[in-house]
Design a protein around this ligand. Structure first.
Ligand code: ZN
Length: 157
């Protein structure tokens, strides 16, 4: 009558998977997880190295964002990566594109004016270029207005 139980394994006590805590994790790092949700998540965190690791990564990222003088992420359920993309990568891309375009245009205009060629030819090409630039500018402007009025565009709610 000796019982021969094996060692009790490392089965998670809550029975909930990490996927159920993805949103909580982001909110926890932002300090926006309160009450029962917070307690539940902390309990899970104690027994889950995977989530501990992610909280660590999120906290480092968050610290870097703050060090850059940025606002804290405030998207419920959004990841820090979305935030980095939205606040840093995209505006930077726009700025570089616009600066590069203006520089290229200046160069093109300069070589165009100083080149040989009759006035009619220059006028025709000039009109084409101006028309194209105006079209491009209006499209770009629409994008900028869009981007301003709906900062959560492209982010799943
Ligand atoms: Zn976990």
């Amino acid at each position: 009558m000796i019982d021969s139980h094996g060692t009790s394994g490392t089965v998670p006590t809550g029975g909930e998977t990490c996927d159920g805590f993805r949103e909580d994790l982001a909110r926890f790092v932002d300090g926006e997880l309160h009450g029962e949700d917070c307690r539940r998540f902390e309990q899970h965190l104690e027994s889950c190295t995977e989530c501990q690791r992610e909280v660590g990564i999120f906290q480092v990222l968050k610290g870097e964002l703050q060090a850059m003088g940025m606002k804290q992420p405030e998207m419920p359920g959004g990841s820090v990566w979305d935030d980095v993309n939205r606040k840093v990568a995209r505006p930077t891309g726009w700025i570089f594109t616009i600066i590069g375009f203006i520089m290229y245009l200046s160069y093109a205009v300069y070589t165009f004016i100083t080149s040989d060629g009759n006035l009619f030819e220059k006028l025709t090409i000039g009109l084409l270029v101006v028309g194209f630039v105006v079209l491009l500018a209006t499209v770009a402007w629409e994008r900028i207005v869009d981007y301003r009025t709906d900062p959560y565009k492209g982010v799943e709610k």
